[in-house]
Design a protein around this ligand. Structure first.
Ligand SMILES: *Cc1c(COP(=O)(O)O)cnc(C)c1O
Length: 365
């Protein structure tokens, strides 16, 4: 939220997304000399006591924020969320070689396609009938022989979010939480594994966070690349090779920022408030609409379309001039999308709403 020219800017990018300003200011203040060492955090050995302490703090702060029980491990890995599409089946799909998927759109399908290289993929529920405009829950499962059930609690592109968990009986539930992690409290005990790329709600792109129940690991085949083997990553304390030290440092600053701001409970309150304001503006508009089933509307990613699509280029250009950046929708869906993750202050959402109203007044009769 820096000043660009005369305007405050608000970055609505879906990812890499905006980071909290205090985090960037802190990183800037420590950039040239971390804790008075005369070198930056980026230049320190990953075996130095300073970095080991950052890594410990990052894990402990995440454990605190998500209330992660001791029987779960926390891993910091590389390759973003997409490499986890491969890592998860390599580590977890070794008993039945079968994985159940809930298909709610773009990212579910990306995960399914990658998983299919390593295991049989069975679609156990799909929202194709609603053109992926809602969350769907599978019939209750019992003993179908899946190694795990995978779902995407927040479909970042479609703007579709699950507010309940699928009931999978004893089958472990795996969630790609890239775009909703830390946005509200969740009960980690109900999951076998949670993973997230960092660039939406945690920190810089490239880093991935994995939270996994310990009894599920240790069965990866010898052909599994070392850096993708959760057992190896855990034994090496997320340092099976040189870890992305600066990304982990920034993630930890974000975790500290979240804790100071009241944790995920307070984030949920703020996120709910921001989303409610924006959806009611859209629903009251004669110019734009959101067609996601109302009970599945994402609090993180708010897509909207124009009744008259010819207005879109002017809207985007004009928004940009007002410091409202990166509102264009994903290339697969067009229209607009406002991503309003934890770091987006309510003032940014209010500015967007005022801009939408002004634009509508002058361009729609
Ligand atoms: C952004 C995103 C991804 C991809 O993340 P990468 O870090 O680019 O691999 C995967 N899943 C979801 C839900 C996402 O939002």
């Amino acid at each position: 939220m820096a000043e660009a020219g005369a305007n405050l800017t608000y970055n609505f990018c879906s990812g890499p997304a905006m980071l909290p300003e205090p985090v960037l200011v802190r990183a800037q203040s420590e950039l040239l000399s971390f804790q008075g060492l005369g070198i930056s955090e980026m230049e320190m050995s990953h075996r130095s006591p300073q970095f080991l302490s950052i890594l410990d703090q990052a894990e402990n702060n995440l454990r605190k924020l998500m209330d992660i029980p001791p029987q779960y491990s926390v891993l910091f890995m590389q390759g973003g969320a997409s490499l986890q599409f491969s890592a998860v089946p390599l580590n977890l799909a070794n008993k039945h070689g079968r994985v159940g998927f809930i298909n709610t759109g773009y990212w579910s399908q990306k995960a399914m396609a990658e998983t299919a290289r390593f295991a049989d993929v069975v679609e156990i529920a799909s929202s194709v009938d609603s053109e992926f405009k809602q969350a769907v829950y599978p019939e209750r499962l019992n003993g179908e022989g899946f190694d795990y059930i995978h779902f995407t609690p927040n479909e970042t592109i479609g703007g579709v979010e699950f507010f309940d968990l699928p009931d999978c009986g004893n089958t472990p539930l795996v969630a790609d939480m890239s775009s909703c992690i830390l946005s509200r409290p969740i009960d980690v005990k109900r999951f076998g594994l949670i993973y997230a790329g960092a660039q939406k709600n945690i920190g810089p792109a490239g880093l991935a966070v994995v939270v996994v129940r310990n009894d599920l690991i240790g069965r990866a085949s010898d052909a599994t690349p070392r850096l993708l083997n959760y057992q190896t990553v855990i034994s090496e304390h997320s340092m099976a090779n040189t870890p992305p030290t600066f990304a982990i440092y920034l993630a930890n600053l974000v975790f500290e920022w979240l804790i100071v701001r009241g944790g995920v409970k307070e984030m949920e309150r703020k996120n709910q408030e921001k989303a409610t304001l924006l959806y009611s503006c859209i629903d009251g508009s004669q110019m734009i609409f959101n067609d996601v089933e109302p009970s599945s509307r994402s609090r993180m990613n708010v897509p909207f379309q124009f009744y008259d699509e010819t207005l879109l280029p002017l809207f985007l250009a004009s928004a940009n001039e007002h410091g409202l950046l990166n509102l264009q929708g994903h290339r697969s869906s067009g229209g607009c999308r406002a991503s309003i993750y934890n770091a987006m202050p309510i003032e940014g959402v209010v500015s967007l709403i005022e801009f939408i109203k002004e634009f509508e007044k002058s361009h729609v009769k």
